[in-house]
Design a protein around this ligand. Structure first.
Ligand code: FAD
Length: 372
């Protein structure tokens, strides 16, 4: 249950912070988002605009909690697509679209150790089927197809801001300093809010600072997982993926903007912001067989941009945890919510629900203690 008049300040306007703000607003809280980067900004410190993005689980068969979070977004995104009566390949107002996802594996990995028919998510996917061996392309040892969702990130992030505003939340663009640690950042936030006309006392913070949690907390377990992708013109009829051991080739259609993301790399610990030409060439060549419909008369893709983003990896997985922090401006409760690596979109609903539960529990315990 929300606490009457509770005001939650979310640090971060990536997909994690924005979805968390929406979830708290929908549950009766007052919410202010403070962020250095907001939708529309492009920075290597701000991951969300650079994502593919698609629903494709990264959870293992043992990650029961993360599986639950993955399935929350699968269900809710399909609800939106169904409510707006969208056919495959048609975008919703929020930039979502359903596509059949064709996935091939070139070697036996952990995910398909018991066969592609026994991946943990098989029974949860719409239209899941194993591709017969006789229909596999050269080099593939297994394949499956199922209905999935793609997300046009620019449209989706702007939609989340609109939801926040419609629910009477606010988004403030401001950087919180990291020089005096988390306590210094929280004290600055507390001093800053009245400057923006927000005078409601702060009940709790949510720290959804993504890769910058490395400096803000500071948390040295947070590290970059570099992703280079290429945006090309046109939309293929399917979402397609080839999983090649440690590497992966994918084509993610963006139905809302007649474009497609080709990928990609996952380079742990690599901070190089510049696109690497050899990688671009490899991505373009390896995706030709996945999206032949998009090749021009010269047999090449029409390249719109080459992009680099840093997934907020974290040793041990996402951190969702409540902590109390003493600052110059008072003692504050913070729920950390960062480290979603390559799955921040698909984990966003479940992660926000969990954060809501953690802060609700915290407030209830405090109320009970106060009554004793
Ligand atoms: C190439 C690529 C492909 C991807 N594909 C997918 C996919 O298909 N599906 C999927 O689910 N995910 C995908 N991801 C992962 C996804 O993009 C991330 O997990 C997600 O964007 C992380 O969101 P976030 O809100 O935690 O961080 P961010 O988007 O980085 O947001 C962090 C926010 O915190 C703010 N902030 C930080 N420090 C401060 C401070 N001191 N003061 C004020 N504000 C601060 C920032 O300004 C920003 O607003 C992909 C990522 C990449 C790079």
């Amino acid at each position: 249950m929300p606490v009457a008049n509770a005001h939650v300040v979310v640090i971060g306007a990536g997909v994690v912070g924005l979805q968390t703000a929406v979830t708290f607003l929908e549950n009766g809280y007052d919410v202010t988002v403070i962020a250095k980067h907001v939708p529309g900004d492009k920075s290597s410190e701000y991951t969300s605009p650079w994502a593919g993005a698609q629903w494709r689980t990264h959870s293992t068969a043992q990650d029961f909690e993360l599986q639950k979070w993955d399935l929350a977004s699968y269900t809710r995104w399909f609800q939106t697509v169904d409510e707006e009566k969208k056919k495959p390949g048609q975008a919703t107002k929020s930039g979502l679209a359903k596509f059949n996802n064709v996935v091939y594996w070139t070697e036996k990995d952990e995910e398909i150790s018991n066969g592609p028919e026994n991946v943990w998510f098989a029974s949860h996917m719409r239209s899941f089927e194993v591709i017969p061996q006789s229909s596999l392309p050269k080099g593939a040892i297994a394949g499956a197809r199922y209905d999935a969702i793609t997300i046009d990130t620019t449209v989706y992030l702007a939609y989340l801001v609109d939801r926040i505003t419609a629910l009477r939340g606010r988004v403030i663009k401001a950087e919180l300093p990291t020089t005096n640690g988390l306590a210094g950042a929280l004290a600055t936030a507390a001093r800053l809010l009245p400057v923006y006309g927000v005078n409601t006392p702060i009940s709790a913070f949510v720290n959804a600072s993504g890769i910058l949690a490395r400096e803000l907390v500071p948390d040295s377990a947070v590290h970059p997982i570099r992703g280079q992708t290429v945006l090309v013109r046109g939309v293929p009829p399917q979402l397609r993926t080839i999983i090649r051991g440690q590497g992966v080739s994918y084509v993610i259609p963006r139905a809302a903007s007649n474009s497609t993301i080709l990928g990609g790399t996952k380079q742990v610990g690599n901070w190089n912001q510049e696109p690497d030409d050899a990688t671009t060439k490899w991505i373009l060549e390896s995706c030709k067989e996945l999206a032949p419909e998009l090749l021009n008369e010269k047999g090449e893709f029409d390249v719109l941009s080459v992009n680099v983003g840093f997934r907020p990896g974290r040793t041990g997985g996402p951190r969702l945890e409540v902590e109390e922090v003493q600052t110059e401006a008072g003692r504050f409760v913070v729920c950390h919510e960062y480290g979603h690596a390559g799955a921040g979109y698909q984990l966003s609903f479940g992660s926000a629900d969990k954060t809501l539960g953690l802060l609700n529990d915290h407030f209830e315990k405090k109320l009970t203690r106060a009554k004793l």
